[in-house]
Design a protein around this ligand. Structure first.
Ligand SMILES: Nc1nc2c(ncn2[C@@H]2O[C@H](COP(=O)(O)OP(=O)(O)O)[C@@H](O)[C@H]2O)c(=O)[nH]1
Ligand SMILES: [Mg+2]
Ligand SMILES: [Zn+2]
Length: 320
């Protein structure tokens, strides 16, 4: 039978069967610790160990998380929003076949409205809608839950430190008690404490139906209430309690390919004079023209040039 690996633990894995039961699977058989990650779809016959893992759609690093279907990219008014990081996360999503879910958190605060408008101006032309949410008062959380459920499969959260990822997790998954940090403590603290990431199934009413594990490592779920598991074409929906992939960059992308990750450029790019135009400094570039005249979000184009230069620099250093 196929099980979803929820967490890689010492000596085995916490897995979830199609019946919704969470069971501890000891590390035996062909695949032991190391070859199986949270998010994997594992074949387990319950006598031995996991002996096969379905081909992965993708595998994200730090923490290792397989088959990521969606990623919530979180922006907030405080700390100052890092659109550069949001752009890179978006590129990363496009590149790995991950559905981005952009959201502006802390809608309960005064500056959030302006940021929400700015985020929409930046990303709607690229085909991305933006959600406005508040982990504090709960507004927009159901829309966020539905957005993750609509994709199905594994959803993770990403964004700079202190935007409210852990707070949003606590809203989406009541009872998990993700550690929320104070803004002041977070700035400059640098590293997150690394720990194994765990997946939680998403239920329609938001409740967690995970009972305590018994002596055999089985949890008595979902026995008490008729919680409706949320699923879509991508399968049962899960949220990963990752501390967030804040460090993901545009990665190993070749600078000349960057433009293909900007759907908002496409309509203009056809009118560029230079063949193979990269829309950075070329003469008679229709994308630059649009950014200057306001047909295209100017700051988005400016950051594009920044990311382009960064990637070209990396490329130069690699091959010099
Ligand atoms: N006003 C307000 N503060 C929030 C909201 N969400 C999180 N915070 C605060 O922002 C800080 C960082 O939150 P945390 O969830 O730890 O952020 P993370 O680093 O992205 O996981 C904490 O002080 C939270 O209380 C929100 O929706 N509104
Ligand atoms: Mg956090
Ligand atoms: Zn151009």
């Amino acid at each position: 039978m196929t099980y979803k690996v929820l967490q890689a633990k010492r000596g085995g894995f916490l897995v979830r069967g199609a019946d919704g039961r969470e069971v501890f699977c000891p590390a035996r058989g062909k695949l032991r610790e190391g070859g199986v990650y949270a998010g994997d779809d594992a074949e387990w016959d319950r006598a031995g160990g996991i002996d096969r893992v379905a081909p992965r759609k993708n595998l994200l690093a730090r923490p290792l998380l397989a088959n990521v279907a969606a990623c919530v990219i979180v922006l907030s008014p405080a700390p100052a929003p890092d659109f550069y990081l949001a752009d890179k996360l978006l590129i990363h999503c496009f590149k790995n076949g991950i559905e981005p879910i952009l959201c502006v958190n802390k809608s309960d605060t005064g500056d959030a409205g302006e940021l929400y408008g700015r985020a929409r101006r930046n990303y709607e032309p690229a085909g991305q809608s933006v959600l406005s949410v508040s982990a504090l008062d709960g507004s927009g959380i159901e829309a966020l839950r539905r957005a993750a459920a609509r994709v199905g499969g594994v959803t993770c959260l990403a964004g700079q430190s202190a935007v409210g990822k852990s707070s949003l997790l606590n809203r989406l998954l009541p009872g998990i008690n993700a550690e929320v940090g104070e803004l002041s403590q977070k700035i400059g603290r640098g590293k997150h404490t690394t720990r194994a990431c765990r997946l939680y199934p998403l239920y329609a009413d938001g409740c967690q139906q995970r009972g305590p594990l018994d002596g055999a490592g089985n949890s008595a779920i979902p026995l008490t209430t008729a919680a409706v598991p949320l699923a879509a074409a991508g399968g049962q929906a899960y949220i990963a309690d990752t501390p967030g992939f804040s460090m993901l960059g545009a990665g190993d992308l070749f600078y000349g390919e960057l433009k293909y990750f900007y759907p908002d450029f496409v309509g203009f790019a056809q009118n560029c004079a230079v063949r193979g135009c990269n829309h950075t400094r070329e003469p008679d570039c229709a994308v630059i023209r649009a950014a200057e005249k306001g047909g295209l979000c100017r700051e988005r184009w400016e950051r594009y040039v920044g990311i382009f230069d960064e990637l070209r620099e990396t490329h130069k250093n690699k091959y010099k």
